[in-house]
Design a protein around this ligand. Structure first.
Ligand code: 5GP
Ligand code: MG
Length: 445
C-alpha cells in the first residue's frame, strides 16, 4: 500500500502535499512525512501517526520552498521504528536527496546482502534504503543517470519521487502495478500522486497517468517537465487497487474505481445469482459492489449493517484476538430491517475470513432467515508480493479451504466468489492486470 506525492513549482508546496496525503490517508495510517526544498535546503518532518496529527501549522511553516515530497506509510506488523518512516533523506557525493517510495522490491534481500558485503550500513528495514545506496555508489556524474543505473539493479514494484535541492524525479516501474498520476495545479506548478482523488482536493487538473517505465523530471526554472521512457513498458495494473485499495473517486488508467466496483457487483449478480429479499453491503468496502449487484439482480438494496466510524481499519490489528474485537465494535446490524428476511450480503474480498464470520453471525442474530454471502472478487489464494500486506499462505483462508469448507466455517447458507474471467471483463480487457493473489502468477522474474 502506501501513498506518495510530489509537488513542484508552487510556493505552497508543503501545504499542497499535506492535503494530498490527507486525501490518501486510506493507503496508510501508521506514519507520514513531508520533505520540502527551498532550493538551498531540504527540510523533513516525519512521525508515526495520522496526517492531521503529525502536521500542525508550525510543522508546515517549517517546510519551506516551492517543492515537496510526501508519504503515508501502511502499517505492517512488527516494523514500528521511526527509521521505517519516509521521506528518507540522505547526503551523498553530489548533494542531498529526499526520497519517497510506494511498492515492494522482489530482490531486496539479494541487493541488500551484496551492498552490505561491500561495506554499506543500513538503518531501517525498508527497501527504499537500497535505492539510496545504489544511487550513492553509482559513478555517473549526474543524479538522473545515477537513478537510472540504480533502478537497473532492482526488480519489483515502485512508484518513486526523488527530490534534490533543485530537481524532482517521478518514476513508475515498468509494470505500472501501483497507480501514479500527473496533474497541473491551478495555482501553479505540478503534482504527482498515487491517486487522483488527491487532485480534486488541491484543485489540480489531471494531465495523465505516469507511464509504466517512465521517468518525469521537473527542474527549477523550467516550466515544462521532461519525460524519458527508461524501461520497456509491460503493464500489469494491480486488480486489487480497483477491488479494495483505491478510493472510489479515484481514476486509474482512465477507469473510475467506483464504477469498476459497481461493474464487478453487476457481474457477480449475473454469475452468482441468489434468490433473496434484500441486498446488504458490508460497509464501507462492499457498498459499491452491492449497489451494482442490486441494480443488476433487481433485488432491493438496503443498509442492514451500520458502521462505527470512530474506529480505524480492522485489518491492521496485528493479532487475531484484537481483530475479532475490532470487527465487533465496528459493525452492528439493524434488527428491525433484517428480521425474517432472506439476505444476500456483499463484501469486496475475503482475506482471513474474520469479517465474513462476524457478519454472518450478526445477521443471523438479528433474525435473518437466510444469509447468502457473495464476494465481488475471486478467492485470494496467494499472498501478494507486490506491495499489498496480505498475509502468508497459512493465514489466507482461501489458500487452505475450499469455498464449500469456508461456507461451513462462516456458517453462511451459501457462499460464492466472482470468477477471475468475470473480474477481467468487468475491468475491461484492454490491458493486463496483476492477478497474482488470485492465480499465483508472480510474473516478475
Ligand atoms: P478478512 O476479514 O477476511 O480478513 O478481510 C476482509 C475484509 O478486509 C474485507 O472487508 C476487505 O474490505 C478488507 N480488506 C481486504 N484486503 C485488505 C487490505 O489489504 N487492507 C485492509 N486494511 N483491509 C483489507
Ligand atoms: Mg471491508
Amino acid at each position: 500500500m502506501c501513498a506518495i506525492v510530489g509537488v513542484f513549482g508552487n510556493s505552497e508546496a508543503s501545504k499542497i502535499a499535506y492535503y494530498a496525503l490527507f486525501a490518501m490517508q486510506h493507503r496508510g495510517q501508521e506514519a507520514t512525512g513531508i520533505s520540502s526544498s527551498n532550493g538551498e535546503k531540504i527540510t523533513t518532518v516525519k512521525k508515526r501517526g495520522l496526517v492531521t496529527d503529525v502536521f500542525d501549522k508550525k510543522a508546515l511553516t517549517k517546510l519551506k520552498g516551492n517543492m515537496a515530497v510526501g508519504h503515508n506509510r501502511y502499517s505492517t506488523a512488527g516494523k514500528e521504528s521511526i527509521w521505517d518512516t519516509q521521506p528518507v533523506y540522505a547526503s551523498y557525493q553530489l548533494g542531498k536527496i529526499s526520497i519517497v517510495h510506494n511498492g515492494n522490491l522482489v530482490n531486496k534481500n539479494e541487493v541488500r546482502a551484496s551492498l552490505i558485503e561491500q561495506g554499506a550500513i543500513f538503518q531501517s528495514s525498508m527497501d527504499t534504503e537500497n535505492i539510496i545506496h545504489l544511487i550513492a555508489k553509482s559513478q555517473k556524474k549526474d543524479l538522473k543517470n545515477r537513478i537510472i543505473e540504480a533502478l537497473d539493479k532492482i526488480k519489483g514494484v515502485y512508484c518513486l519521487c526523488i527530490q534534490s535541492k533543485t530537481k524532482m524525479f517521478a518514476i513508475r516501474d515498468r509494470y505500472g502495478i501501483r497507480p501514479f498520476s500527473l496533474g497541473r495545479l491551478k495555482s501553479g506548478g505540478y503534482i504527482v500522486s498515487s491517486e487522483t482523488c488527491a487532485f480534486d482536493l488541491v484543485e489540480a487538473e489531471f494531465i495523465r497517468d505516469i507511464k509504466p517505465g517512465e521517468m518525469i523530471i521537473f527542474k527549477q526554472g523550467c516550466h515544462e517537465y521532461e519525460s524519458i521512457q527508461i524501461f520497456e513498458p509491460d503493464p500489469h495494473i494491480c486488480a486489487f487497487e480497483y477491488i479494495y485499495l483505491a478510493r472510489p473517486d479515484s481514476n486509474i488508467e482512465g477507469k473510475n474505481v467506483y464504477l469498476a466496483r459497481k461493474e464487478m457487483g453487476r457481474a457477480l449478480a449475473r454469475e452468482k445469482k441468489v434468490d433473496a429479499d434484500l441486498v446488504i453491503p458490508v460497509p464501507d468496502s462492499g457498498v459499491s459492489a452491492a449497489l451494482g449487484y442490486a441494480q443488476e439482480s433487481g433485488i432491493p438494496f438496503d443498509m442492514g449493517i451500520v458502521r462505527n466510524h470512530y474506529i480505524g481499519r480492522t485489518f491492521i490489528e496485528p493479532t487475531q484476538e484484537k481483530r475479532d474485537i475490532k470487527v465487533k465494535l465496528k459493525l452492528s446490524p439493524i434488527n428491525s430491517l433484517l428480521k425474517n428476511k432472506k439476505i444476500v450480503v456483499i463484501d469486496d474480498s475475503i482475506v482471513r475470513g474474520t469479517t465474513a464470520k462476524r457478519i454472518i453471525k450478526i445477521l443471523k442474530e438479528a433474525g435473518a432467515s437466510e444469509v447468502h454471502m457473495r464476494i465481488a472478487s475471486p478467492a485470494i489464494k496467494h499472498p501478494c508480493r507486490y506491495g499489498i500486506d496480505t498475509p502468508s499462505y497459512k493465514e489466507l483462508i482461501s489458500a487452505n479451504y475450499s469455498t464449500e469448507e469456508i461456507k461451513e466455517q462462516i456458517k453462511a447458507d451459501s457462499l460464492d466468489f466472482l470468477s477471475i474471467d468475470a473480474l477481467k471483463t468487468s475491468l475491461g480487457n484492454d490491458t493486463n492486470y496483476s492477478l497474482a493473489s488470485f492465480d499465483g502468477n508472480y510474473f516478475i522474474k
